[in-house]
Design a protein around this ligand. Structure first.
Ligand code: PB1
Length: 337
């Protein structure tokens, strides 16, 4: 592979933006620079702000209301968002055709946010599950020997790289593959490089992502639950630290700019191991929907104080070695940090 396309030699993609430069310095305590706010953007063609029952306080937003929602948060110091598309009008197909259509809400909102908030770091979750008719994160093929369908890894990463390019060409600073297909990080880096974006778009890899029971509220929010089976053949078994470390190393070797562990609290040991094994890499952790809902329901029952509990969870992530925290608590934290 020539130097011009060797994704491991591409470092600019990890620090071309001011917030990315902050991520490259060890962020050892909660700070505005370390936080990414997850947002659900819908394909509604009328203004929509829709409560998400399973995530108290979180909402789905239509493209045309997001700027007004974000302006006060950006004024309070919001540095980064990660976008999740949710479709109702657009069609879900076996090969996730709506994932990178011009009508996709993420594709539509990226340039609007770039124009409205020039300094905001725009990350896009990269997966097919919100756009596939079956709700899985990849594309299926039929096994001729057993007539069973299986996740076709190569077809899946070919499709994921197409979607990555579309988001990058739409203006995303960071693409974050959460699909867990083998080799997708290297494939995405290559796709970006050969299309002239290899130094201008970062890849934040969901590297150690477990087949967790803590994603339930998100799947309700994004309408992305698998219609059959589960994700245990491509998300890591919660029993295996060894697989997690191998997945993290693989993504580092394939040129990831940021590595992520997900969920957060139940996997702090993996965060610590990642920090110790990859001292030169920015490490992210995702405080997932189930962790958020658990804390919110407990607080609403009077179990403990919201600010103390949230700050203690953030401190735990940084103590374990995370630099970056994706959290639904970000709006609340902007008033506290
Ligand atoms: O907050 C959360 O629970 C995040 C869920 C996560 C988003 N990247 C996924 C979990 C899942 O449904 O398996 C979506 C997978 N692409």
């Amino acid at each position: 592979m020539s130097a011009s396309t060797n994704q491991n030699l591409r470092l600019h993609s990890g620090f071309f933006h001011p917030t990315l430069r902050k991520w490259q310095s060890r962020l050892t305590s909660p700070s505005l620079d370390s936080l990414i706010y997850p947002l659900f953007v819908t394909d509604s063609d009328t203004p929509l702000v829709e409560q998400i029952e399973s995530l108290p306080g979180q909402k789905r937003y239509s493209v045309d209301v997001l700027v007004d929602l974000l302006r006060p948060l950006v004024e309070k110091g919001l540095k980064s968002v990660i976008l999740f598309g949710v479709i109702n009008r657009l069609t879900k197909t076996a090969d996730a055709l709506s994932a990178d259509s011009d009508e996709n809400p993420v594709v539509k909102v990226i340039p609007i946010l770039r124009k409205s908030f020039p300094d905001l770091l725009i990350c896009c979750d990269l997966c097919l599950c919100a756009y596939t008719s079956h709700g899985h994160c990849g594309i299926f093929s039929e096994d001729p020997n057993s007539n069973e369908s299986y996740i076709d890894n190569q077809k899946s990463i070919d499709r994921i790289t197409e979607v990555a390019l579309k988001y990058a060409q739409s203006g995303a600073h960071v693409v974050a593959p959460s699909d867990m297909m083998d080799g997708r990080v290297g494939a995405i880096k290559q796709k970006l490089i050969v299309n002239g974006l290899g130094s201008r778009v970062a890849v934040m890899a969901y590297s150690a992502k477990f087949a967790s029971s803590f994603y339930g509220p998100f799947r309700d929010a994004a309408k992305s639950a698998p219609s059959f089976g589960d994700r245990s053949t491509y998300q890591l078994p919660c029993t295996s630290a060894g697989l997690a470390m191998r997945a993290l190393k693989r993504d580092v070797d394939e040129g990831a700019d940021v590595i992520m562990i997900k969920p957060g609290m139940p996997y702090l040991d993996i965060v610590r191991s990642a920090r110790d094994r990859f001292p030169d890499m920015p490490v992210a952790v995702y405080q997932v929907s189930g962790e958020y809902a658990m804390l919110m329901h407990a607080v609403n029952k009077g179990t403990f104080d919201l600010e103390k509990a949230v700050m203690e969870s953030l401190i735990a992530f940084h103590r374990a070695g995370a630099d970056i925290v994706i959290s639904y608590f970000v709006p609340f934290l902007l008033d506290k940090l």
